[in-house]
Design a protein around this ligand. Sequence first.
Ligand SMILES: Nc1nc2c(ncn2[C@@H]2O[C@H](COP(=O)(O)OP(=O)(O)O)[C@@H](O)[C@H]2O)c(=O)[nH]1
Ligand SMILES: [Mg+2]
Length: 363
Amino acid sequence: MLSCGIVGLPTVGKTTLFNLLTGARVQKSQFFSGRTDANVGIARVPDSRIDLLSRLFNPKKTTYAQMEVTDLPGLVRGSSQGQGVGNAFLDGVRQVDALVQVVRAFQNEDVLHVEESIDPVRDMETINFELLMADLDFVDKRITRIRQGKKITPEQAKELPILEKCMAHLEQEQPFSTLELTQEEQESLQNYTFLTDKPMLVVVNLDENQFAEREYPGRQALIDKAAAKGLPVVELCVQIEEEISQLDAEDRELFFEELGISEPAINRVMRVAYETLGLISFFTVGADEVRAWTIKQGANAKSAAGEIHSDLERGFIRAEVIKYADLAALGSEVKVKEAGKAGLEGKEYVVQDGDIMHIRFNV
Ligand SMILES: Nc1nc2c(ncn2[C@@H]2O[C@H](COP(=O)(O)OP(=O)(O)O)[C@@H](O)[C@H]2O)c(=O)[nH]1
Ligand SMILES: [Mg+2]
């Protein structure tokens, strides 16, 4: 399962967002806890297509796509050099596939801020800087170790100039993700994990007024700086959404309408996380189960089958494919087939978002 880690300074709303995404009830705090353990939970990826398929097939079980979410300990200025929870934080970041960075715009005098003022742009730059410093530190140590070794192996001799290229790039305050490497260079570094190589999105945590006015101090600068780094920005009112998420469906709708929230936070975060990670969903349907599966964009039918079960990949023959849109429009698989819109695809077929597949296999 893919995982995303929530990162940010203390008291910006990380745990509140974690609770919102996973339905957990972890204690929030107005103060800096200095905890080093991470909260881990599972977020269901909302998908209205699954809702409709479930109504059509009335299965015994409906399974949405899932993503693991980790609420990482708060980072502070100097974490990369061991300040605060330091290395514990960085190890947590290393382990996740994507990062959700939370920055605070909300005003609340009862909730302290480590930097003693509210400045989402500064906060974003602080976090990005710490991630970069951690990478720089790692590359620097690696170079030193190779240079100081008694004897340089052929692999190390090959690796050294590549590490130096990384170093020069990171020193320009450029994230690893924007470094251009040849296939061979990439392979040489494949055992390393760079924090600034992780896909990241930025959640700006707003208060009610800021949300209503679609404005907060530093908004344009934040949007510009994030865009320059290729980071998508999602503006949310995390606390209010967490409160609303605990209401029953009817009240929830009412509050959403009143506050002008057109798409719940979990949908927005998961949608953008999917885009950022280059993920798509395909579906399997039937009387037993309607289910969403997560694959990388560009995956072929055979490897998608392997997501369901390794036997399906090993013994793959063909995939019967119908498009979600056709099924939604025509109302049944039979009608889609009658309309000549069902396809039979081979193993190289590139699976599209929203494909409904039956895998024919033989083991
Ligand atoms: N006013 C307001 N308070 C919030 C919001 N999000 C979180 N808080 C409060 O800020 C404090 C810190 O939140 P928490 O999620 O524990 O932050 P963390 O340290 O980043 O995990 C708690 O007292 C929350 O109730 C928000 O959107 N608006
Ligand atoms: Mg917390």
